[in-house]
Design a protein around this ligand. Sequence first.
Ligand code: ADP
Length: 448
Amino acid sequence: MVWRLLSFVGLQAAAAALAWALVAPGTRVWTALVAAIGAGYLWLLLDAVRGLRLLNWLRRGESTEVALGQGLWGEAADRMRRLLRARERQVVEGEGKLQDFLAALQASPNGVVLLDAQGRIEWFNQIAGAHFGFDVRRDLLQHFGNLVRDPEFAAYFSDRDFSRDVVMPGRDSTSAKPVRLSVQLHPYGEGRSLLLSRDITAVEQAEAMRRDFVANVSHEIRTPLTVLAGFVETLQALPLDEEERQRYLGLMAQQAQRMQSLVNDLLTLSRLEGSPLPSVHDWVSVPAVLRACETESVELSRLLWGRAQDIVFEPGPSCELAGSQPELYSAVFNLVGNAVRYTPADKSIHVRWQSLGNGACLLSVEDTGPGIAPEHVPRLTERFYRVDRSRSRDTGGTGLGLAIVKHVAQRHGAELRIDSAPGKGSVFSLVFPASRVRTMTAQTPVTV
Ligand code: ADP
């Protein structure tokens, strides 16, 4: 301020002094006065020009500097420049933070949609885009309710009770491949809302499977229990002779045996699901497993058919498998046992252990039984799935054998293959990867 006053007065004084010196003595006073006033106007004009330059610079909003030197306008320009820079920095920082937040929401495993107070889509992440079939260019600022027309969601949206979620089909849902979404709105700010969507297809399927499993187990146990209870009642109520008593007790033992097999298979399955993967450092002798299966299968064959079937074991190269002996035995015996149970007494069964050349090995159980129609094959490893219920039960089946085989195979990195055709018999094979197989040397200790 002092500088401005000094420059204003100084310029006028200098002009007056110059006029005083240059003009003749008679008109000196007036000329000096006019020169001082003129200099004052000139100062004001220059000052206004500088002010205007600053104003124009502000109006244009240019980032280039405006040179106004020192003084009031120079300082004003300087301070404004600094203020603008600070603002710009804040905006850039704010923008960076916003991008970070959006990137975090983008990384969310759930669908996220931000809705404005009118329910229009302001932003959504890729998962939400896939859940609802949204397109960034087409659907931003569209009303969510106009794009998602599911009646369950419409009722949920109009009820405005957002304390719970709503379950609706996803965009790609078909009857063959249903997709179920759990959607919940969370209001925030002034009328805005955050919509979260979660794919719960797998959870719902697991829940349905659990329900089916419990229903199946209950049914499988109830049937022999009912038969047992009936026999007990008969034995209690009727005076039976010794022969009849023995017959009934035999039938009761059969039913008890059936329940025992079922419980054993259930326990095996639950152990397979709950225990850590078998070690890759424990080696199991394949010939020993095959020998044990041979003995057992001959016994089973005698029990079921009254005589030993024609079961040929071809042990192939002497190998060891990395894994769990009880699991591998259980898988192989389930396959051999099925062949014995489903192949008529006068037909043959071949059990082979072969090398596939690339280090991988194959265990196959080939029977000449009834074979299986192609539509059943993909479902055979489901729990309690049977092609012929009564045949399975009559031969002591639980419907869990192939589910156990599949689990064991998965836990040993092996693949279960089923080749079968009605009337032509079946081949069930387990293919073990090279990493799980090693050739037995004479020194290799045998583990059974
Ligand atoms: P199950 O105890 O009923 O044999 P599995 O899980 O072992 O149960 O087998 C499922 C179904 O697959 C059986 O009920 C049977 O219908 C069919 N199956 C399994 N092995 C054979 C086979 N070797 N020949 C014909 N059908 C078979």
